[in-house]
Design a protein around this ligand. Structure first.
Ligand code: CP
Length: 312
């Protein structure tokens, strides 16, 4: 059914260049539709999408819901905090009950790594990962890639530096796999306590502990949020020290290219990973990322449901 080689979107590790290209090209067409006075197309009319969120979200959940509505799908929002999960119902029972209501696509966010794949093994629905633990957040990386292509023309040969809490970041992982597939050079930088332990992953990137060197050749800098909720140990001396060493400030940008773009997946800890004057300044494309999120999610849902461009 899927118009892609993949049937579900669990992550970007192993997803082909052709599939990523198809998603980004379709997202560009949906991006144009979002500029029209009437922003709706009938592409998913008759299909039902459930947004199954077991973790908090502002951007991803709103963005998926808008994408579904723009594609004319019927949408249902499930949040674990006001569901029967609180009474002890298991994940699989929750899914099976929801699936019995004849749904077609499940968008899932969960703190457990591998939950989207697990759900696909217990369901006939198309599964889209909206963030699983510290594993992957593929639609965030796709919207980041779309934003880089929009602002810089191409990903091929571009230098992308990701700074911060890499170890706990599903955004960094998805970006690393996706951007290396698309020909970008990814440099990671952050405290040594927050370096990933996965050597396979690290073999695809450059690790640069000196933040000034890490930003010097960057065409795009992605600042990451410190994921305090996923840190078991005291991995940082203090937020002030982190900000002074790795925070994106006017002073640090003196070491970067004049036309560098600054990105952040959100939510931002202002004054920690990013100063406010940078977050709101001329280099920032953070709100463009959010706009592109709707277009990318429209493309992912449309293509996984078998869409072949006739409505866009
Ligand atoms: N970027 C991102 O995933 O934000 P939310 O947690 O608000 O969805």
């Amino acid at each position: 059914m899927s118009a892609l080689q993949i049937k579900h979107l669990f992550g970007l590790q192993g997803v082909s260049k052709q599939d990523i290209r198809t998603i980004l090209d379709n997202a560009k067409q949906f991006r144009e539709i979002l500029e029209r006075p009437i922003k709706k197309v009938p592409s998913l009319r008759g299909l039902t999408v459930v947004n199954l969120f077991f973790e908090n979200s502002t951007r991803t959940r709103t963005s998926f819901e808008l994408a579904e509505k723009r594609l004319s799908a019927d949408t249902v929002n499930f949040t674990s905090s006001n569901s029967s999960v609180k009474k002890g119902e298991t994940l699989v029972d929750t899914l099976r009950n929801i699936e019995s209501m004849k749904i077609d696509i499940v968008v899932v966010r969960h703190k457990g790594t591998g939950v989207p794949k697990f759900l696909a093994e217990h369901s006939n629905a198309i599964i889209v990962n909206a963030g699983d633990g510290a594993h992957e957040h593929p639609t965030q990386a796709l919207l980041d890639m779309l934003t880089i292509e929009e602002k810089l023309g191409t990903l091929e040969g571009k230098n992308v530096t990701i700074i911060g809490d890499i170890r706990h970041s599903r955004v960094a992982r998805s970006n690393l796999w996706g951007m290396s597939t698309m020909g970008a050079h990814v440099t990671l930088c952050g405290p040594s306590t927050l370096v990933p332990r996965n050597t396979d992953l690290m073999s695809h990137v450059t690790w640069e502990p000196d933040v000034k060197k890490a930003v010097a050749n960057a065409d795009a800098i992605i600042a990451l949020r410190l994921q305090k909720e996923r840190m078991d140990d005291a991995l940082l001396p203090s937020m002030r020290e982190y900000r002074n060493t790795f925070g994106i400030t006017e002073d640090l940008l003196e070491c970067a290219k004049d036309k560098v773009i600054i990105m952040h997946p959100g939510p931002i800890n202002r004054g920690v990973e990013l100063d406010s004057d940078i977050a709101d300044g001329e280099h920032s494309v953070i709100l463009d990322q959010v706009t592109n999120g709707v277009a990318v999610r429209m493309a992912v849902l449309f293509l996984l449901a078998g869409g072949r461009n006739e409505n866009s």
